[in-house]
Ligand binder design. Structure first.
Ligand SMILES: Nc1ncnc2c1ncn2[C@@H]1O[C@H](COP(=O)(O)OP(=O)(O)O)[C@@H](O)[C@H]1O
Ligand SMILES: [Mg+2]
Length: 396
C-alpha cells in the first residue's frame, strides 16, 4: 500500500457528538506532518456515514445541514481480495468518480454511545481493520458503570457503595431501593449507568430530591445507580496508555468543578468551545502528596488492565479530601482530546502520543491475524456431511 490511509472516525449518535468533532479535528491537525493520509469518517447525528475534504475544517460545522449536503456518503466494503476499503457511494462532483481508500488503520475519535461502547469497534473487527483504543469487551465494560464496578471489585479495586436497578424494578420495589440507598446516608448520587458527561447525574440531600433525581435520570437511561457520596470530594484523573499486559500512567490531574458535581458545562462550555476537554479548569500535575499520586497511578494501571482496556484511556477517581480514601469512579476508553494535555506534561507531544496509539492498534491487529482463526477443512463437504447424524442426505 503506497499511502497509509488513516480513517479518522468521529461524530456519531451521541450527546457528546460535538466534543468528538473537536477531538477528531485536533488529532488530524496534530498528524499533519505524519506519514498518514487522514481521511475523515464523520457519522452524523442521524447515523449517516460521510467523508470528504469539507469535513476537515472546523468552521464548516457551524452550518451542519450545508456540511452534510456537501459531504459524500461512504461505507466500509471488502474488495475481491478481502481488503477493506472506505468507499464513496457517490461522486464529489460531476466530472469525478467515487473514490475508494484502502484502510490502513482507523483512529476512533468518538465519545459516548455506539462509537465508544464497543459497537463501532465490532464493525472494525468484522471488517478486520486495525483500530485504535479498546476492543469490544473493554469498550463495553467501560460504558457500563455497574459492570465496570463489578470487575473492579472482583480485583480488589475500591469503589463506592451503590445500588443499581432497572425502571421495572423501580416500579415494583421503590421502597426497598430507597431503603438500601438511605442506609448509605445522604447526600446520595444518582446516575445513569451508561451515559457520560455528567448527563442525568444529580446529588440528592433528601428523599424528595432522590425520587425526583431518579425520575429525571430515567429519561436518559433505563438502568440507574445510586451511590454513597464521597464527601468532601476531590476528583483526581489519570490517563493510561498501552495494553492490558503492558501499560503506563500519565501525570495526575485535579479537575476543578464550579458546581458540586462537575457538569457538562464545566467540562465543555466554560473555558471556550474549540479546545474541548483541554479547556476545562484543572491543576496538572495534581497538587497532592507523592504517596497519593503513586497510589492513584498504580490503581489506574491495574484498573485499565482488569477492564481489558487498550490504547489511551482516562481513569477517574473520587478521593475523600479529609481521609484521602480513593475510589475508582469510571474509565473513559476514548477520553476527550485523547487526554493529550496529561501526556504533554509527561513529555510526550500530541503527535507522538497519536502515533503510539495507532501503533498499539496495528500491533493488536497483527497479533489477532497471526493466530489460527479459521480451518481449511470444509465440514460441509460431501465426505464430511455423511458423518453428520440427522441430516437429510446423510446416510446415518
Ligand atoms: N459517588 C460520588 N460522590 C461524589 N460525587 C460524585 C460521585 N459520583 C459522581 N460524582 C460527581 O459527578 C460527576 C459525574 O459523575 P460520573 O460518574 O463521572 O459520570 P459521567 O460518566 O457522566 O462523567 C463526577 O465527576 C463527580 O463530580
Ligand atoms: Mg465522569
Amino acid at each position: 500500500m503506497s499511502q497509509k490511509n488513516l480513517i479518522v472516525a468521529f461524530g456519531g449518535v451521541s450527546p457528546e457528538h460535538e466534543v468528538s468533532v473537536l477531538t477528531a479535528i485536533q488529532a488530524i491537525s496534530a498528524l499533519e506532518e505524519s506519514s498518514y493520509n487522514c481521511i475523515p469518517l464523520y457519522i452524523t447525528k442521524s447515523g449517516r456515514w460521510l467523508t470528504g475534504e469539507k469535513l476537515l475544517d472546523l468552521s464548516n460545522y457551524k452550518e451542519i445541514s450545508k456540511l452534510e449536503s456537501d459531504a459524500i456518503s461512504c461505507a466500509f466494503v471488502k474488495d475481491e481480495t478481502g481488503r477493506t476499503l472506505l468507499k464513496e457511494q457517490e461522486s464529489a462532483g460531476f466530472f469525478s468518480k467515487p473514490k475508494s481508500y484502502p484502510v490502513y488503520a482507523v483512529l476512533c475519535a468518538f465519545h459516548g454511545s455506539e462509537g465508544e461502547n464497543g459497537s463501532f469497534q465490532g464493525v472494525c473487527e468484522m471488517m478486520n481493520v486495525p483500530y485504535s483504543g479498546s476492543g469490544v469487551l473493554g469498550s463495553s465494560l467501560g460504558m457500563d458503570k455497574v459492570k465496570a464496578k463489578l470487575v473492579a471489585t472482583a480485583n480488589g479495586i475500591p469503589v463506592t457503595k451503590a445500588v443499581n436497578f432497572y425502571e421495572s424494578d423501580w416500579e415494583k420495589e421503590q421502597e426497598e431501593i430507597i431503603n438500601v440507598a438511605e442506609d448509605f446516608g445522604y447526600p446520595l448520587i444518582v446516575k445513569p449507568v451508561s451515559l457520560g458527561s455528567s448527563i442525568g447525574v444529580a446529588i440528592a440531600n433528601t428523599r424528595e430530591e432522590l425520587v425526583n433525581s431518579i425520575e429525571t435520570a430515567f429519561r436518559y437511561d433505563a438502568h440507574l445507580l445510586i451511590e454513597e457520596a464521597v464527601n468532601p470530594l476531590m476528583e483526581i484523573n489519570c490517563s493510561v496508555i498501552g495494553t492490558p499486559e503492558d501499560c503506563r500512567p500519565s501525570v495526575c490531574e485535579k479537575p476543578l468543578g464550579q458546581t458540586e458535581t462537575l457538569s457538562f458545562e464545566d467540562k465543555y462550555q466554560s473555558g471556550g468551545g474549540e479546545k474541548g476537554m483541554a479547556s476545562a479548569d484543572r491543576v496538572i500535575p495534581a497538587d497532592i502528596s507523592k504517596e497519593l499520586t503513586k497510589k492513584i497511578r498504580d490503581l489506574a494501571t491495574k484498573t485499565f488492565s482488569v477492564l481489558d482496556a487498550s490504547g489511551i484511556a482516562r481513569l477517574d477517581f473520587l478521593v475523600n479530601a479529609n481521609t484521602k480514601e480513593v475510589y475508582f469512579n469510571e474509565i473513559n476508553t476514548i477520553p476527550g482530546s485523547f487526554s493529550f494535555y496529561l501526556w504533554d506534561k509527561s513529555d510526550i507531544p500530541f503527535n507522538m502520543l497519536l502515533e503510539e496509539l495507532i501503533d498499539i492498534g496495528l500491533k493488536k491487529h497483527r497479533e489477532k491475524n497471526g493466530r489460527v482463526r479459521s480451518y481449511e477443512t470444509n465440514l460441509l463437504s460431501e465426505k464430511a456431511i455423511k458423518g453428520i447424524k440427522g441430516l437429510k442426505g446423510s446416510k446415518n
